[in-house]
Write a protein that binds this ligand. Sequence first.
Ligand code: HEC
Length: 127
Amino acid sequence: MSRILLCGVVAALSALLLVGCQRTPATVSYAKDVAPILEKRCKSCHSPGQPGYVASGFDLQGYESLMKGTRYGAVVLPGDPLTSTLVMLIEGRADPSLKMPHGTEAPLSAAEIGTIRHWVEQGAKNN
Ligand code: HEC
């Protein structure tokens, strides 16, 4: 009896473990997850007339302008967070003078950075 019970517990635990291991990261939404972060932490400087936009041409009004990037080109490369300039800057992988948010602003939280990184990894879709 107790042996059967033990087997049942082991089977249930293994099933749980399997489910846990196979779970893929949830799909990140541009509209629901990414845009609110950019709006809150980046847009004040990256809108026409504001310092970030004036210096770089990078406009965070919407998805199209985000994907267009700076006047030198794209800063989001779909599927490639490692070489996407935007991810490099928020992760602090660039020159400290180019840390974003710029200047004395606090960096994004680890969770916010993870959200943006996963969204780029998943193809930077307008979803
Ligand atoms: C306080 C104002 C300010 C905030 C907030 C800000 N930026 Fe910037 N951003 C700037 C300025 C100024 C530049 C130009 C820097 C330079 O070229 O020296 C810039 C440049 C950039 C560039 C272009 C870098 C390049 O390749 O030349 C990117 C990409 C960028 N910002 C992304 C972001 C993101 C993403 C956020 C939010 C997490 C953000 N910025 C928040 C002011 C800001």
